[in-house]
Write a protein that binds this ligand. Structure first.
Ligand SMILES: CC(C)(COP(=O)(O)OP(=O)(O)OC[C@H]1O[C@@H](n2cnc3c(N)ncnc32)[C@H](O)[C@@H]1OP(=O)(O)O)[C@@H](O)C(=O)NCCC(=O)NCCS
Length: 183
């Protein structure tokens, strides 16, 4: 794993943040952050969270509520599932080019997972999903436990129960790390 940059506060995006200077290397994603994040927030279509210090955005992600056609899921996920199956969608993810490869993407994905659990606890929801932009992101998301589906456009997903287990494992590792630091 690359060296972690630092634990940044992750908060809801606001008009105080400087989204214009953010560049994750994908123009469409940068434009989305600049032009859509706040308006989508007002219309309740997505919620966007930024890893930021003051006005500077290091990275961001957006969540939406969605669903997946049951037949597109791997057979183990189809069992006893309604059609369609509800999901929390990681709709956007980006880290500024200057700060990539330092663990900020991981901090954002783990934060998104924790938010997905909160949503599921309030409203009930079965899956966490992401649409990997291009095949090159598939290995990145596999590392978190996402699996590919047959959905079009491509979608990867994981059970929220598995998300809970992942977050618990991360918390255990962190606690063990803190204990060894205090010895
Ligand atoms: C994908 C992205 C969010 C990752 O953010 P990041 O902060 O660089 O990621 P992290 O530092 O947490 O993780 C880095 C690890 O992921 C791996 N990784 C990064 N991009 C990868 C890719 N496309 N495929 C496979 N692994 C990848 C790195 O090799 C590194 O591995 P290591 O831990 O073994 O060293 C960032 O590269 C980005 O913003 N890309 C452009 C926008 C984009 O593609 N967004 C995703 C849309 S679905």
């Amino acid at each position: 794993m690359t060296t972690v940059f630092k634990e940044l506060p992750i908060i809801t995006v606001s008009s105080d943040h400087n989204s214009e200077d953010f560049d994750c290397g994908e123009p469409a994603r940068n434009v989305w952050l600049c032009n859509r994040a706040l308006s989508n927030q007002r219309s309740d279509d997505t919620r966007t969270y930024v890893a930021a210090e003051g006005v500077e955005i290091f990275g961001f992600y957006a969540l939406a509520v969605s669903s997946i056609v049951r037949d597109a899921l791997p057979s183990s996920m189809r069992r006893n599932a309604p059609d369609p199956v509800s999901c929390v969608l990681l709709a956007q993810l980006g880290v500024d080019l200057r700060y990539q490869q330092h663990g900020i993407g991981r901090q954002l994905v783990l934060h998104a997972m924790a938010q997905a659990i909160r949503i599921a606890e309030l409203a009930g929801c079965r899956l966490f999903a992401v649409s990997p932009s291009g095949q090159n992101l598939v290995p990145y998301y596999r590392r978190y436990g996402f699996v590919e589906t047959q959905a079009t456009p491509p979608l990867m997903t994981m059970h929220l129960q598995k998300v809970r287990a992942t977050l618990a494992a991360v918390a255990d590792t962190k606690a063990a790390h803190n204990r060894s630091d205090h010895r």
